[in-house]
Design a protein around this ligand. Sequence first.
Ligand code: CA
Length: 636
Amino acid sequence: MIKFETSSSFFIALSHSSNFAGIKKILITLLILFSGINLSAQKLERVEPMFWFTGMHNPALQLLIHGENIAASTVSLTYPGVKLVKVNKVENPNYLFLDLTIASTAKAGKFPINFTVNGKKILNYIYVLKNRDKSEERIQGVTQKDFIYLLMPDRFSNGDKSNDVVKGLAETTLNRDSMYYRHGGDLQGVINHLDYLKDLGITTVWMTPEIENDMSKASYHGYAVTDHYKIDPRYGTNELFKKYIETAHAKGMKVIKDIVHNHIGTGHWFYKDLPMKSWVHQWPKYTQTSYRDQAVMDTHASQADRKKMLDGWFVPSMPDLDEQNPFVQNYLTQNHIWWIEYAGIDGLRLDTYPYNDPAYMADWALKLKAEFPNLSIFGETFVNGVANQAYFTEGNTVNRGFNTHLPGITDMAVKDGIYEVLNGKNGWTDGVNRLYDVLAHDFLYQDPTKNCIALDNHDMSRFYSLVNEDFDKYKMGMAMLLTTRGIPQMYYGTEILMKNFSNPDGLVRSDFPGGWPGDKKDKFLANGRTNKENEAFNFVKTLANYRKNSVALQTGKLMQFVPEDDVYVYFRYNENAKGTVMVVVNNTEKAKTLNTDRFAERINGITIAKNVILGESQSIKEIKVPAKTTLVLELN
Ligand code: CA
């Protein structure tokens, strides 16, 4: 990808042509004398971002230049509308950071960035400015209208056996029998199954990070990045990633990219040659984060606790980036903008959100939104309680004088509320009352509909196992997930009742049966699934496809009623009552008869409803609610 020319090749050729070691030594000494310390600056390892775009909101661009002793060179460029404002030298002479401005008048095209030493050009890099893709259907955002499918690309489907083991990468073993090794799944495997997902009612795919994780072991999860600008070659290429998104868009589907600000993998190329000490957080001895989000929000917190939480490393193999370093800030922000503009990504999921520097993340969000107003963003907040997660969302400014500008979060409190409905015993604050209570706290958010809600993910035990493989509970939970407020997300395999507990987490990351050529069972096909698996699949499919046409579920408000007699009732509605969705949750072992008089303000005189799952009409004057059931009714 790097294009470079060198005018020092003559000297290299000369030094290699000698057969006599002594003469060679003299020649090399002479060369060093003549060209000084700059001789070694004859190779550009990296220029990042490799190319950029015209017409961006922010005219500033900071290029990272990496090459041996590159700091000894003088940099120049000439191109209409592009100005080299500043050349930043840092501690490590193998780096330069070039501050450019790109005027709104600059046109797409190419220009050389020249590196000279003592007036002699030693290198150049042909920089490319591409036209920005401003087509309307690109970058649509992911909203409550959507249903997200979370998968791990290594574990979903192997669409290209030729990339299973890639020469030159640190991990050389493919072993599907071990949960720790690579299994060979890839982007082509996902592309091959977009129609399967669309049929199921999925509108959006989120996969765990696809970018290179060239670590010696167990990096199939993707959170130990080693090259920010490269799709892991075991998954495919940058071009294939772009094609994956274009294919999804052509099918009316969307794509979320999972990105990590907080840390990298120790195998990262820049970790092996740090631009400066403060590129990552340095500690006198290894210091792990406390994983205590409270230290960030607590008005009584000590500086020491806050520092440990934010600057401590996530694990020993994942160095913690110093997000207060302006060069790190530019590097990350530009990288994310580059990927979105390059590939047309609809939404971002931000890994380990509470561990990042809050001021930087707020600035980052503003910059991203300025470039891509439709982009959806939600942060991973694996925390306990509504207040703890709401703290990180935009507009939540009580006692802070600070706005995160983060639109949504992964809503663990709603997840916990749904599990309490399914597994808890009803009481004043327990069972159905817990979910009611969690949603009553939505006043803490500027817009809770931007939260991503889920029952499981790659870091948790699987949903079906957590409800003790109780199929009634499975259906109740899925029905709540697909009808309450927020953007629903399902973890791959939940539609076919994949199960297991997350200890170790590899157990919940097993291969989707049928994703590999020669698999004994192909559960992508109805005839490869058991009756029960088909029942689960069809249950999800019915509700997910219903969502696609339900204005109430897509854009409607939520109204919930105080649970009475252990029955929890909520509505999704727009002002026009037609199409209102009424959800009745009975988590008890007893069938109930529900008088609906107290819901008059939402039922609004309507007497007939359609049971969305059964497709049957029924009166709603009095509703018979079977034991352990979530009824989904459309008023019409
Ligand atoms: Ca493969």
